[in-house]
Design a protein around this ligand. Structure first.
Ligand code: LLP
Length: 448
């Protein structure tokens, strides 16, 4: 049975972000069940989910309260459209999210996943300026190495060469500024921050009147390799957006819902964006659901006239506001509150970082351990002193990750960066188990 499933997987399933010719050479791991932070495959082998199922899982898998919320909802109705109709869980969730979000983000626009939340954000910002009569404001400023999803709009504001360069002809034009990446910057963290900010100001000074919005992931650029921005960068960006009168769009798809130790990463710097996208942890990783939040000012620009007046936001997906997604998201938020999260996560975050530093920092090929809260990147380098990296041919991230998986911990690297982004529910014992697997794998593959 298990063997057959593996065969059919190789034959019929085209996996995302996967070179299938390479994939079929290895035996697939077919997940059948989950239990807490563990994934269990069709052979009964257990894997600790060290990347929270691509960064979305929060309370673990197969959580009684979340399961019950879904069952209760499915016994009422699974889905009805939000186009022309309202539904109970989407109303309650919108209210709950507005109450959690940074003050002023009062309007909830539902979409289905991180990419579509960002698409909606871009179109919202673009149309906002059209409606305000500033018709030249059609361009976006992005960070190098940015990642906001895989649809064409979100690819346009992305900057990961490997993923995005193939689609150049399809993308709209953007301005870009260097991602502030202290490990790869020749100077202090403050200089690194100020350099990126000065590049942003240069563009705003010269072309500011064409800019609809600055778009970025706050504090941590996840897919870029867990780049952790220097303190004050986000605040600096907000100030420049205000100074030059442009909008700020924050992508909290990865950073939201406790991942950095606060509900949302922007709260670390007291920054409120004009538009904010959330997904992943919103449903505790249970269902695809996303939200694009907007301020009164943005929402207000769309207000008035009739359906065809040009003020309508013509965007909306079939499954937008899906009741199952909203119901489980509501229960997720209640669970956060019952557990006293994110406030009470502090000691666990400290434990995670202490254990990682104790066990990994001194290894010969660990160049940098960086991130924030439950978002950690471990960059493997050839030469620690000069920070010389491995070539892509060395394939170190994947070789080490494969070894980690053999040890019963599921992970997925970003180039030469090993990723640690476990469910917030991970226990100290599980952290120890995970750190041990990472350490052993690095030593076995690259030497200590
Ligand atoms: N924004 C951020 C900050 C994200 O990290 C993601 C997805 C999205 C938006 C898009 O959300 P989605 O449409 O997937 O729900 N491709 C890499 C990592 C992708 C991580 C997913 N992040 C890999 O191959 O591992």
């Amino acid at each position: 049975e298990s063997r057959l499933l593996k065969e059919w997987d190789k034959t019929f399933v085209w996996h995302p972000f996967t070179q299938m010719a390479e994939y079929v050479k290895h035996e697939p791991i077919v997940i059948e069940r989950g239990e807490g932070c563990w994934l269990i495959d069709t052979d009964g082998k257990r894997y600790l989910d060290a990347v929270g199922s691509i960064w979305c899982n929060v309370h673990g898998h197969n959580v009684k309260e979340l399961n019950e919320a879904l069952i209760e909802q499915v016994n009422k109705i699974a889905h009805s459209t939000l186009l022309g109709l309202a539904n109970v869980p989407s109303i309650l969730l919108a209210k709950a999210v507005v109450e959690l979000a940074p003050e002023g983000l009062n309007h909830v626009f539902y979409t289905d996943d991180g990419s579509t939340a960002m698409e909606a954000a871009l179109k919202m910002a673009y149309q906002y300026w059209q409606l305000k009569g500033e018709k030249r404001r059609t361009k976006f400023i992005k960070l190098e190495e940015a990642y906001h999803g895989d649809t064409i709009g979100s690819v346009s504001i992305g900057g990961i060469e490997l993923f995005h360069s193939m689609f150049k002809e399809l993308m709209f034009e953007t301005f870009k500024i260097p991602a502030p990446h202290p490990y790869r910057f020749n100077g202090t963290a403050e200089e690194c921050r100020d350099y990126s900010l000065s590049k942003l100001e240069e563009i705003l000074k010269e072309r500011g009147e064409e800019v609809a919005a600055v778009v970025m992931e706050p504090l941590v650029q996840a897919a870029a390799g867990i780049i952790a921005h220097p303190e004050g960068f986000l605040k600096g960006v907000r100030e420049l957006c205000d100074k030059y009168g442009t909008l700020l769009i924050l992508d909290e798809v990865a950073t939201g819902f406790g991942k950095t130790g606060k509900w949302f990463a922007c709260q670390h710097e007291g920054v409120v964006p004009d538009i904010m996208a959330i997904s992943k942890g919103l449903t505790a990783g249970y269902m695809p659901l996303a939200i694009t939040l907007a301020t009164d000012e943005v929402y207000g620009a769309f207000w008035g006239g009739d359906y065809g007046s040009g003020k309508t936001f013509f965007h909306g997906h079939t499954f937008t506001g899906n009741q199952l997604g909203c119901a489980v998201a509501l229960r997720n938020i209640e669970l956060f509150k019952e557990k006293g999260w994110p406030e009470r996560l502090g000691p666990k975050i400290e434990y995670l970082w202490r254990r990682l530093r104790e066990e990994l920092a001194d290894l010969k090929h660990v160049g940098d351990i960086r991130g924030r809260g439950f978002m950690v990147g471990i960059e493997l380098v050839k030469d620690k002193r000069t920070k010389e990296g491995f070539s892509w041919r060395d394939d170190v991230g994947r070789r080490v990750s494969r070894r980690i998986i053999e040890k019963g911990v599921f992970t997925r690297p970003l180039g030469p960066v090993l990723v640690v982004m476990p469910p917030l529910a991970i226990s100290e014992e599980e952290i120890d188990f995970m750190v041990k697997a990472y350490k052993e794998a690095i030593v076995e593959v690259l030497g200590g």
